[in-house]
Design a protein around this ligand. Structure first.
Ligand SMILES: Nc1ncnc2c1ncn2[C@@H]1O[C@H](COP(=O)(O)OP(=O)(O)O)[C@@H](O)[C@H]1O
Ligand SMILES: [Mg+2]
Length: 343
């Protein structure tokens, strides 16, 4: 198959920094596909022209931003829909359902999937609560991901701290603030692959035991991205060691959340487990990060899918979904010109 890997470029003439791009390309080539890479920063004309020139049968979409827009994933897949090319992962609607974390919670609520109680403080002063909240709380941006704006100071223990943190999110990230009850406990994520019959990989646990005593057990931005920080070195993803029943329950809750938010092809669900055995969904990541050493790839390997097999399976799932879609948008057939009635 002719596949174009769509990737984010730092600047219009900049680099493609994401290591996953080369890895996915190599995996697809190993799967005998003819693969090209299209690196785009923020010019929609380049995106459209690049696709028209390459004429891919499938786009492998690794583009999560557009220009400087951190929420660019939605318009990018919208453009792919307009061009009419099949692509891996979620479409604009599905992406939006998980990007807005309060909307995700509403969907989870309908299916009785547990999540921490929350409130949203919008910039225009609007307040939406999903229950009476108990301290401590954690304050995050409503729609940004990759732990943007999440630091150890995000955990607040008084009204004063809460309002300061909310104001900071409004001012520095220009997003609404999502305030959630802080769930103390172990943190897991469950990778999921598939559409009609999605499978859950073995859970990965975040091992916080390397952190200094008293440091909050959260995956903040430093722990995720700053390779030189102690938080990065002291938090390790490991294959979770759990009794069978508990593992199965985590996987089931994750699968329910994946379905509730209508994730397509692949995704990852972040969860927390309290000491008393309650499970809470923290967030659903549609089209999660696919780098070779990511937690998702690690979980797939534990399930028996090596990296090339995983990547080629995602391409296959997207193609299958596209071929048998039943609500396609088609042109309305031309009506025959009505015969003029003879008077
Ligand atoms: N309600 C919560 N209780 C405890 N920890 C949380 C909660 N929400 C977020 N965290 C911590 O912050 C991290 C990032 O939050 P998350 O909602 O997953 O946002 P992101 O989209 O940035 O990954 C989580 O991995 C977890 O460690
Ligand atoms: Mg997360």
């Amino acid at each position: 198959m002719r596949i174009t890997v769509l990737a984010y470029r730092d600047k219009e003439d900049g680099e493609i920094a994401d290591m996953a791009v080369g890895q996915v390309t190599a995996a697809l080539r190993a799967g005998k596909h003819r693969v090209s890479v299209l690196g785009i920063h923020g010019d929609p004309r380049k995106l459209i022209a690049g696709l028209i020139r390459r004429k891919p049968e499938l786009v492998f979409n690794l583009m999560e931003m557009f220009g400087d827009n951190l929420l660019g994933a939605v318009p990018v897949v919208g453009a792919l829909d307009l061009v009419g090319v099949p692509y891996t992962g979620s479409g604009p609607g599905e992406y939006y359902l998980q990007e807005d974390k309060a909307l995700t919670k509403r969907l989870l609520a309908f299916d009785n999937i547990p999540y921490p109680d929350f409130a949203v403080f919008s910039k225009d002063g609007g307040l939406e609560t999903g229950g009476k909240l108990r301290l401590p709380l954690i304050v995050k941006p409503l729609r940004l991901n990759s732990s943007t704006g999440v630091t150890t100071r995000s955990i607040v223990r008084s009204d004063m701290e809460l309002m300061n943190r909310v104001r900071q999110i409004h001012q520095s990230l220009r997003d609404a603030a999502l305030v959630e009850e802080y769930v103390d406990g172990r943190e897991f994520n469950v990778g999921i692959l598939g559409n009609d019959e999605p499978v859950a990989f073995p859970p990965i646990e975040m091992d916080f035991s390397g952190l200094p005593v008293g440091a909050p057990h959260i995956l903040d931005a430093r722990a995720k991205w700053n390779e030189r920080s102690t938080e990065f070195k002291d938090t390790q993803p490991v294959l979770a060691d759990l009794p069978d029943e508990r593992r199965a329950r985590l996987q089931q809750v994750a699968l329910n959340a994946y379905r509730a938010v209508r994730v397509r092809d692949y995704g990852r669900v972040d969860l927390r487990l309290t000491e008393t055995g309650e499970i809470y969904v923290i967030e659903v990541n549609a089209s999660c990060y696919l780098e070779k050493s990511s937690e998702y790839a690690m979980a797939a390997a534990a399930h028996g899918l090596d990296y090339p097999a995983l990547i080629n399976r995602i391409a296959e799932l997207a193609m299958e979904r596209h071929t048998r879609r039943d609500i396609g948008v088609r042109c309305r057939p031309r009506r025959p010109t009505p015969k003029l009635a003879t008077i």
